[in-house]
Write a protein that binds this ligand. Sequence first.
Ligand code: PAZ
Length: 316
Amino acid sequence: MAQEDPTWKIFFDENPKPVHFHENVNLIQDFCHQASVKKNRVALVTSGGTTVPLEQNTVRFIDNFSAGTRGSASAEYFLEAGYQVIFLHRSKSLEPYFRHLVGKNIFDMIEVSPDNVTVDKKHQFELGKLAEKFQRHKCNLLMISFSTLSDYLWLLQATAQQMQILGPSALLYLAAAVSDFYIPASQMPCHKIQSSGGPLSLSLQLVPKMLAPLVTLWAPNAFIVSFKLETNETLLETKSKESLLKYHHHVVIGNLLDSRKVYVVLVDSNSRNVEEIRLSTSDLESDIEIESKIVGNLKTRHDQYYADHKTGAISN
Ligand code: PAZ
């Protein structure tokens, strides 16, 4: 009897590729190729929430919670740690370096005279430092954006596949908030849903769990870190452990909606102990971000993973 396609394959059959897909894949391919020639490590950082459109000509959509703080801050720390970074992010969510300017008015930072425009004294140090960091790292940063769940999954699959040439030098850091439910393209009305039709009932399908093919097929040698977001503290550790047991990747980072900026737990496939990272009062007073500690911690684990691969202690 012929075997049915797995649900993740059916998802890609039923949902079309995003616009500019091939251009983006070419950019990712070149970026990975250059990194492999230079023997650089590459981190794929996913960031921001996916949307689930309700109509093909989309007026309304369901959104997933995420400002992109975790991803954009982490991308900066990966760059500082020597990684090249592919930043797969929700369009218009926070971006590395630019995030520090959000909520600030650029016109309040400049002085205009008849023949010159300069940064005012008060902002020179801060802006100068930021611009210097951005200039130093921009050639190691590839920005790719998505909006919908389907765009995200197509780009995730393609990026992971392109990263295969990097072997164990590749690290996947999956911080994006990805919807668990969606409306298949074939079941979506073409035009704006009319309120004259009365109250709206929605029936959403389950999104296939893409971590399974990601770990086994798309990026079998990469070091893979996923995030688990919960709102109930009593579930955090159990759910994080369950995810690791189910998908056999390397690290799950559990976080709670309310405390995600100061506290996370790390569950590692190589250890029975759960590690906690918690910012102290003095960390907070020194403006230390939890992402600097998360990335430092993962770099050590990735170093070990890489070394084990090279000595043959791990082989896929
Ligand atoms: O982007 P942000 O800093 O506001 O939030 C980050 C986060 C909570 C979305 C992220 O840490 C996370 O848990 N991502 C995975 C979410 C999920 O379980 O799908």
